[in-house]
Design a protein around this ligand. Sequence first.
Ligand code: HEC
Length: 126
Amino acid sequence: MPCARVLPLLLAAWLLAACGSTPTPAPTPTLPPELALGKRVFEAHCAACHSLAPDVTLVGPSLAGIAQRGATRVDGLDARGYLYTSILRPGAYLVPGFQDLMPSTLGKALSGEELDAVVAFLLAQP
Ligand code: HEC
């Protein structure tokens, strides 16, 4: 009976094909679009003065941990509100030990989308 001979062969061919296929590579982690935009905005407009590494002071304080610390800075402002205020009105609250050196023009330099993106990016930092 021919079928009984062909079937094992077909099975072997199928198994070979299955084993021979290359394993799916692990997906490379990519930032969601808003965070990717926020990262670019940060690098273009903030990174000269702010590090994301803990305790590294450039012109301004490190922004590592700002998602937690930001909520403790000003009564009534959560971290998100504090970030928007810091960017739009930098002089409204000065971090102790720092001068009022942050440009007050960022609100004009950034589009609304860029502003939202850089805030989202900073809130996502550990
Ligand atoms: C020319 C330097 C400079 C640039 C550019 C700059 N900053 Fe600042 N920033 C400072 C300084 C100095 C301070 C501390 C004084 C103060 O509180 O305003 C500060 C403070 C801050 C704080 C408060 C930090 C804390 O620990 O409470 C945040 C948040 C912040 N900046 C975000 C940004 C973001 C986001 C950008 C880019 C869109 C930016 N800064 C661009 C100099 C800068």
